[in-house]
Design a protein around this ligand. Structure first.
Ligand SMILES: [Cu+2]
Length: 362
């Protein structure tokens, strides 16, 4: 992928969820100057998932993402194809975010240390959106593309989501669940069953945190759909026997373990191929959605705060939500590439202020 930078600022592209060589990871040290070009090259060799791309330049990521520089893409594989999940018009990506507009209706960014919060929701860049649906089973590939807003998704008619996947692709087994809380950077793979509803029925996808209506499903056409809802989905090999434990404290709004980001400082080294336990904790100023580059991880436990690991945190993750007082432990193993990667808070204003750390896989 060739990036031509037509902005008046430097930028990069990070391929969130993809395990790529350091030089293709969009690290801020590889910033592309205005008018410059950069060739991102990597081999796609990983599980099926909804991943996304967004800029990662030093201290201006929040502004660039908020003003629209982000998108999603889907990786497929044979394990997923064999399940016969809804596809074609019955598989719909939904990028959910919030936004503020100026008087002319353009996107507007205002940085706040507590994180950008917009006045209105957008789904796939659309205000007050609706989707005409068939009386069929749908697969929604959902990305929280907001700078800092945490959404609590629910369906207005009280129907349940069939949760089948998240950041790292399919879960081992399906979970049926009524409300799902997800932070920025996280993804969800949801089946929603509109079979049995009459034409003319409207079902609202809502955010219970803000009280917003996000997207209206309008049942518009009666069809016969016998697509099964699978229960067993994917083989997820559990990581185990960590060699060591590292602790990361997300302090204030700009530091990890007491240090603000320094592009030229490498904070720790991780041996290639070694399973480790990483402990993420915070005393306050959350939500802190913790994101790791270079590998996915498996969530093991959460203590304090909400105190449980939720069904949407199973399988493989690259971003996990930390609320005030929470400690989350994950197992992680870097087996893609050696080189420098990033650990950071994905609340983009915290990231920009320095809640980020360089580490080296050696
Ligand atoms: Cu944070």
């Amino acid at each position: 992928m060739n990036l031509g930078n037509g902005l008046s600022q430097e930028t990069t592209v990070h391929w969130h969820g993809m395990v790529v060589p350091t030089a293709a990871d969009g690290h801020p040290k590889d910033a592309v100057t205005p008018g410059g070009n950069y060739l991102y090259q990597y081999t796609i060799n990983q599980r099926a998932a909804l991943n996304w791309y967004h800029p990662h330049p030093h201290m201006i990521t929040g502004e660039q993402v908020c003003l629209g520089l982000a998108g999603a893409f889907i990786v497929n594989d044979q394990e997923e194809t064999a399940l016969g999940l809804p596809s074609g018009v019955h598989e719909v990506p939904l990028i959910v975010r919030d936004a503020s507009l100026d008087r002319t209706g353009n996107l507007r960014y205002h940085s706040r240390t507590t994180g950008f919060l917009g006045d209105i929701p957008l789904v796939n860049g659309t205000r007050d959106p609706y989707l005409n649906v068939d009386t069929a089973l749908y697969r929604f590939r959902v990305l929280n593309g907001a700078n800092s807003r945490v959404f609590l998704l629910a369906l207005g008619n009280g129907a349940q989501f069939h949760l089948i996947g998240n950041d790292g692709g399919l879960l081992a087994t399906k979970a049926t669940i009524g409300q799902i809380e997800f932070g920025n950077g996280e993804r969800l793979d949801l089946l929603v069953d509109f079979r049995g509803l009459s034409v003319g029925t409207k079902v609202m996808l809502r955010d219970l945190n803000s009280g917003w209506d996000l997207l209206e499903f309008r049942v518009a056409r009666s069809v016969t759909d016998t697509t099964p809802i699978p229960t067993t989905l994917s083989s997820v090999v559990p990581l185990s026997n960590p060699v060591r434990t590292r602790a990361f404290s997300f302090d204030g709004m700009s530091k990890i373990n007491g240090l603000a980001y320094d592009m030229n400082r490498i904070d720790f080294q991780v041996p290639f191929g070694q399973t480790e336990r990483w402990r993420f904790q915070t005393g306050g100023n959350a939500p802190h959605p913790v994101h790791v580059h270079g590998a996915s991880f498996q969530v093991q436990s959460r203590s304090g705060g909400r105190g449980v690991v939720f069904p949407w945190e199973g399988g493989w993750k690259d971003t996990v939500l930390l609320l005030d007082g929470e400690t989350v432990e994950v197992l992680i193993r870097f087996e893609g590439y050696r080189g420098m990667y990033l650990l950071h808070c994905h609340k983009l204003e915290h990231e920009d202020m320095g809640m980020m750390s360089n580490f080296q896989v050696v």
